[in-house]
Every structure is written in C-alpha cells, then in structure tokens.
Design a protein around this ligand. Structure first.
Ligand code: FE2
Ligand code: FE2
Length: 199
C-alpha cells in the first residue's frame, strides 16, 4: 500500500474529527510510532493505524448503526460491543478506513478493529494501537499513563502494560457499578495466565 498519503489522511481527519479527538489522534500516532520502534515493527503502518483508529468516532449513532448492521458478519461483532454506542466506532472504523481512506492492509484494519475491547492473542501492531490509545501523551492524564507505562521497561513489557490497563479498566467498571463484558474478563485472565501462570 501507499504510505505516502499520511499528510492527506491527517488533513481529512482534521475536517471530520472534533479538535479534542484530532489532538488525541495525533497523540496515538506519535505513541504508536514510538512503540513500533521499541518493538521493531513497521513504524509507518503503526502511524497509519494510530491516525485512523478513531476515524469513525465522530459519526452519528445512526450512521454507526447503519455501518454495523450492513457489515455485521464481516466485522465479527461481539454482542457486548452493541451495549453502548461508544464501542461502535472500532468495528465501524474498519469500513470507514477502507472506503474513505483506501486502506486495504489487513494488519492495519485489524488494529483499528480491536482497539477498544482488544482480544486474546493480539498481534504486536494490535497491542501497540490498543495501548497507544490509552497512554498517548497529548490528552491522557500523566497519573493514569504512568501506572501503565512503567511496565514497558520490564520483560514482556507490552503484555504487562496491557494487563495493567485491563486491571484498571475492570477496577473502574466495578467502582462505577457498570457491566463488565465477558471478553474483557477472558482477555484479562488469559494475559494473567500467560504472564504469571496464575491458574
Ligand atoms: Fe477509540
Ligand atoms: Fe482513541
């Protein structure tokens, strides 16, 4: 694919996203680039995936619902993603990235697809976009970021940082009396088991 269209992607995103969402998007692209360098994967792909991860975020709920309904099987929709409109934009983003930004790279599309709820056995690019979304430096509070970032220096740091982000998410859901999706618990258990053999 042609990665030279990065600036065109940025221009178009600036027109479609809110100023806050655009700032967050630039932060995710920067963080994704840094993590890709750290973990020796293609930095250009990481930047494009970072830029486009929230490309569907500013669509109306009506539009998001239409995209999901028309592509439900292709997008492998989990029922828990349909409980709240906030999680619609990740699967819908795959279709927007394809149709509006001409992205056909399956690795990039999959990183966009799973950036909100994550999944078990993510690729390095999927993990990087999932994590960059949580710890980008432009809009995420330092207090929250630091709790996750400190794990990156350790062995298996990427998995440990992701486990910590799930732990914080689950704690926050419990504290607010909100439902926890089964996949969230499943991914948490799987990471805990993989990292610490905690059966
Ligand atoms: Fe998102
Ligand atoms: Fe995001």
């Amino acid at each position: 694919m042609d990665f030279t269209n990065k600036n065109k992607i940025i221009e178009k995103l600036k027109l479609t996203l809110s100023p806050e969402r655009f700032e967050h998007t630039l932060g995710v692209a920067e963080e994704a680039e840094a993590l890709a360098r750290m973990y020796n994967i293609n930095t250009e792909k990481a930047v494009i995936a970072g830029l486009l991860h929230d490309c569907a975020k500013c669509l109306t709920n009506f539009e998001l619902e239409r995209i999901i309904n028309e592509n439900r099987e292709l997008l492998n929709i989990n029922d828990c993603e349909l409980l709240n409109y906030k999680t619609y934009h990740a699967p819908a983003g795959v279709i927007v990235a394809k149709q509006e930004y001409n992205i056909n790279d399956e690795e990039i599309l999959s990183a966009i697809r799973w950036h909100t709820i994550g999944k078990k056995d993510m690729t390095i690019l999927e993990k990087i976009i999932y994590l960059a979304d949580k710890i980008e430096k432009r809009t995420r509070p330092a207090e929250y970021r630091n709790k996750i970032e400190k794990f990156l220096d350790e062995d298996n740091g990427l998995d440990k940082a992701i486990l910590e982000s799930y732990r914080l998410t689950i704690k926050s859901l419990v504290d607010r009396n909100l439902l926890i999706c089964f996949p969230t618990i499943d991914i948490y258990n799987s990471l805990l088991n993989k990292l610490y053999n905690n059966n």
